[in-house]
Design a protein around this ligand. Structure first.
Ligand code: SAM
Length: 191
C-alpha cells in the first residue's frame, strides 16, 4: 500500500467524497462497470445513475456486477454514445466520470474519440450541480488517446476560472505515458 493513491483509487475517493445519497450521477464509459458500481453505492437507491456504453458486452458485464452487489435497481444502462448524454439525462448531477480509451481485453478499435468525448464533456459540464465533479481518466499511451489528450487539455485549459477549477493528478516519473486524471469542479450554480 503506497501513500499516494493510484489514479483510479484517487478518482473513486473524489466520487465518494462528493456524491451524496439521493443524488444523480453519470458513468459516461461504463466498460466493465467498476465506476458504475461506485456511483451506485454513493447515490444509493434514493438516487439514480446513468451509465453509457456503445458495446453490448459492457452492458452485460456491468449488469452482472451491479446485480451481484444488489445495486442494479437505480442504475439505467444506456446503449448509446455519451455524445448523446443530453438526450437521456434531464436532471442535475453530482458527478460524471469518463474512463476513456478502450475496454480492457476488448476491441481496441472501439476506443473513445476526441470529438465525441469533447461533445459529451461540454454537455456534462452543463448538467453538473454547484461543486459537482467531472472526472476524466486519460490514456495518452495509444494514438487515439494522444489526440484525445491534446483536444481535452486544450479545452479544459480555457475554462473560465470563475466557473470551474481544474486539477491534474499525474505520476510524472512513470514511463510509457501512463493514465492520469483531470478533475473539474463546477464553482458556479447551474444556470
Ligand atoms: C476504459 S473503458 C471504461 C472502463 C470502465 N469504466 C470500467 O470500470 O471497466 C472505455 C469504454 O468506453 C466505451 N466507449 C467508447 N466510445 C464510447 C462512446 N462514444 N460513448 C460511450 N462509451 C464509449 C468503450 O466501449 C469502453 O467500454
Amino acid at each position: 500500500m503506497t501513500a499516494l493513491s493510484s489514479v483510479l483509487v484517487f478518482a473513486h475517493q473524489l466520487l465518494i467524497n462528493t456524491v451524496q445519497p439521493g443524488e444523480a450521477a453519470i458513468d459516461a464509459t461504463m466498460g466493465n462497470g467498476h465506476d458504475t458500481l461506485v456511483l451506485a453505492q454513493c447515490t444509493t437507491e434514493k438516487g439514480r445513475v446513468y451509465a453509457f456504453d456503445i458495446q453490448e458486452r459492457a452492458l452485460e458485464k456491468t449488469r452482472k456486477r451491479l446485480q451481484a452487489a444488489a445495486q442494479a435497481n437505480h442504475v439505467q444502462l444506456i446503449a448509446d454514445g455519451h455524445q448523446h448524454i443530453s438526450h437521456h439525462v434531464r436532471e442535475t448531477v453530482a458527478a460524471v466520470i469518463f474512463n476513456l480509451g478502450y475496454l480492457p481485453g476488448g476491441n481496441k478499435a472501439l476506443t473513445t474519440q476526441w470529438d465525441t468525448s469533447l461533445a459529451a464533456i461540454e454537455q456534462s459540464l452543463a448538467l453538473l450541480r454547484q461543486h459537482g465533479l467531472l472526472l476524466l481518466v486519460l490514456y495518452p499511451g495509444h494514438e487515439p488517446g494522444k489526440a484525445e489528450q491534446e483536444a481535452i487539455e486544450a479545452f479544459v485549459a480555457k475554462l473560465d476560472q470563475q466557473e470551474f477549477q481544474v486539477l491534474r493528478y499525474q505520476f510524472i516519473n512513470q514511463k510509457n505515458n501512463p493514465p492520469y486524471l483531470l478533475a473539474i469542479e463546477k464553482l458556479s450554480a447551474v444556470k
